[in-house]
Design a protein around this ligand. Structure first.
Ligand code: UD1
Length: 369
């Protein structure tokens, strides 16, 4: 059985790395395709180095563009790969454009698809990721889930229970493997910060950064929060561009920097007093690290981070945010419990399932041009 592992954007790397390592350990034939959705060194290459991931066998180099352009370019390029190579299973992860694009190609060619982090739903179709999740799930043949809500969502959408494998969280596999070395690096020192005495901010969702007024309003509250605690703000390229374009000023105590490498960010997150974010994965990582997280969104596809973890949805509501920051600073925050199976063994469970498969081609689809 030959397995094609797809990656494209930053959050894919730490989800696929432990699976690739597990396959290497078990000598399972595999290769890695990188779509090139993220291409800056800080957004891509550095993750391969730090996660000790093999260099991708195939690099599609699609780059940025509108959703349709990016998705279309990935599809055309990945189609060629699937035509040229013998592939028995395509593994895609998460909810980025690379995920749905490669799933669409594989499905049309009759190549079975496994979706890692299947079944998550925000029930908010204004998020591009929600569309990517729904479409990818309905094209997939095998579903690897991270939390109970995902199992329920898939069942409600008519996915047969025997195809759903509740395996835990590969992103947390990577976190648990690297947290020791991340802390040893003491990355806070580079920024002149003390453990436990700063907040970490990430912001990149189109809904928060693409529209000038929304971004201005978020920055206003961030500037206010920075009067109580210094904030470190690694800037996604999209956000950097929007802040510059809008001429939106950040307060002195909001310290910006380039997107950070995995280990630096992990270490900083672990020792932050709290994290403010609109990311999906960071809600999970803070829960695993037991660090308070304020999510600058009105919904989450990862509800276990709220029911068991350290996450609170605050949207972009000034009162909610300042009340929550006060709660945290007064240590009035619930201690999180790590969700079931977030134990560093998700990738091993996934590869156990894959090893038990026999290569099955779907009927009615063909790789003939
Ligand atoms: C993508 C994912 C999002 C994920 C995020 C993590 C989709 C729909 N969105 O959003 O779910 O949370 O990655 O970062 O797939 N850019 C660079 N260098 C790069 C990559 C991007 O400068 O290496 C800039 C480009 O101007 C680009 C913009 O960032 O147009 C947005 O990149 P894109 O991959 O389209 O979406 P993200 O916002 O990164």
């Amino acid at each position: 059985m030959v397995i094609c592992n797809v990656v494209g954007a930053r959050p894919n790397f730490m989800k696929i790395a432990p699976i690739v390592h597990e396959m290497q350990k078990r000598k399972i034939p595999k290769f890695i395709v990188h779509t090139g959705q993220h291409y800056d060194r800080q957004m891509s290459r550095v993750f391969f180095e730090e996660l000790d991931m093999p260099i991708p066998d195939i690099f599609l180099g699609v780059g940025s563009g509108s959703h349709a352009e990016q998705t279309g370019r990935i599809m055309m390029a990945f189609d060629k790969v699937c035509m040229e190579r013998e592939i028995d299973l395509v593994i895609v992860s998460g909810d980025v454009n690379s995920t749905v694009a490669c799933a669409l190609v594989a499905a049309k060619l009759g190549i079975p698809i496994a979706h890692v982090e299947a079944g998550l739903r925000s029930f908010d179709r204004s998020m591009p990721e929600e569309i990517n999740r729904i479409v990818t799930d309905h094209l997939s043949d095998l579903f690897f889930t991270t939390e109970e809500s995902a199992n329920n969502n898939l069942k409600k959408e008519g996915i047969s229970e025997e195809l759903i494998h509740f395996v835990g969280n590969c992103m947390i596999d990577s976190l648990l493997k690297h947290i020791g070395i991340a802390l040893e690096k003491s990355p806070w020192l580079t920024f002149g910060l003390e453990p436990g005495s700063y907040a970490l901010l990430t912001l990149h969702r189109p809904a928060n950064v693409d529209e000038g007024e929304a971004l201005k309003s978020i920055v206003k509250i961030i500037n206010e929060v920075s009067r109580s605690i210094p904030i470190l703000f690694p800037l996604h390229p999209r956000t950097r561009e929007r802040l510059a374009k809008g001429g939106i000023p950040l307060a002195h105590a909001v310290n910006t920097c380039e997107p950070l490498p995995y280990l630096t960010f992990l270490g900083l997150m672990a020792k932050a007093r709290f994290v403010l974010t609109d990311s999906g994965g960071i809600q999970e990582e803070t829960t695993a690290l037991n660090v308070p997280c304020l999510t600058l969104r009105s919904n989450t596809e990862r509800p276990v981070t709220i029911t068991s973890g350290t996450n609170r949805l605050v949207g972009t509501d000034h009162e909610q945010i300042s009340m929550s920051v006060n709660d945290i600073l007064k240590r009035n925050w619930r201690s999180g419990k790590r969700p079931p199976l977030w134990d560093g063994k998700a990738a091993a469970r996934i590869v156990d399932v894959i090893e038990g498969l026999h290569p099955v081609k779907r009927e009615g689809a063909s790789r003939e041009k």
